[in-house]
Write a protein that binds this ligand. Structure first.
Ligand code: LIP
Length: 280
């Protein structure tokens, strides 16, 4: 499992030390949670559904989130937590809030597709300041601290290619509601005539990390759970990705979109022109 980069040397510019400690905890817990997910994948999974027949959750998702919550309760008892499976816990006055997706890409995990991740983000006073996304199958560990850059292991990430939209590879995802999925499909169908290619990899957290790593050139999806995108969005932003939400608003639960700064305005305009607002 590749590790987080070294802290900036004393005196260098970068995030305040307290944020570094949050980042270190996110990395440590994400690595351990990833190992637990892999171990649980080797056992007989019990699968149930949530909002629709395709919105699955396994006992592994629940076990990994329980592990993360127990570790956070032990090490950071005054912090709040928002997790995909267990919802919100802790005081609404807490300065630090953790956002955890125990297994992002649950359908891939259930099917044995090696494209899923543990995603952990830490917010300080409502701003995401540290994030870690681990693919426990590949061993890739993406991390970022606000103001400190984005990394794959110790390798600095510098974002997507500055290619024309007509050559750009677009990553996206689809929701669990059939009617909304149909609308998302119509939007993607229109975009396909304007971009170079499409990838639907199954994990928003990893899609955003791949944008940060230059493995895809464009990304959008919406709506998303805050736990899906919080860490990946910070990693993408710290890699220099230009991001946006709907109608020029900041990226958020309604939609997360990202591109190279040179193509971002054209891409975001295209999303609006092709009806992204209809996705929420
Ligand atoms: C998934 C996202 C993915 C999206 C799926 C699902 P989950 O999260 O990461 O991008 O398209 O519909 O929301 O549910 O596997 O944690």
């Amino acid at each position: 499992m590749t590790e987080r980069p070294p802290e900036p040397p004393d005196g260098a510019s970068g995030p305040p030390p307290g944020v570094g400690r949050l980042a270190d905890l996110a990395v440590s817990l994400a690595r351990q949670a990833g190992e637990l997910a892999v171990a649980r994948r080797a056992t007989e999974l019990s699968v149930s559904t949530k909002s629709s027949a395709t919105d699955v959750v396994t006992d592994a998702d629940q076990a990994v989130e329980q592990f993360l919550r127990a570790e956070l309760a032990k090490r950071r008892p005054d912090d709040a937590v928002l997790g995909e499976e267990g919802g919100s816990s802790g005081s609404s006055d807490a300065r630090v809030r953790w956002l955890i997706d125990p297994i992002d890409g649950t359908v891939n995990f259930m099917l044995g597709l090696p494209q899923y991740a543990v995603s952990i983000a830490a917010q300080l006073d409502g701003v995401t300041v540290a994030g870690c996304v681990v693919n426990p199958v590949s061993g890739e560990l993406f991390s970022a601290v606000r103001g400190g850059g984005a990394y794959l292991g110790a390798q600095r990430l510098t974002g997507p290619r500055a290619v024309p939209l007509a050559e750009a590879v677009l990553a996206t995802g689809f929701g669990y509601d059939p009617a909304r999925r149909a609308r998302q499909g119509e939007l993607v169908g229109r975009l396909l005539g304007r971009v170079g290619n499409l990838r639907r990899l199954g994990s928003a957290a990893l899609d955003l990390c791949f944008l940060a790593a230059g493995r895809v050139d464009l990304y959008f999806e919406g709506p998303l759970g805050e736990w899906d995108y919080a860490a990946g969005l910070l990693i993408a932003q710290e890699a220099g990705v230009a991001t946006s939400g709907l109608a020029g608003r900041p990226a958020g639960a309604a939609m997360v979109a990202g591109a190279h700064p040179d193509t971002a305005a054209e891409f975001f305009r295209l999303l609006e022109e092709y009806g992204a607002a209809s996705l929420i």
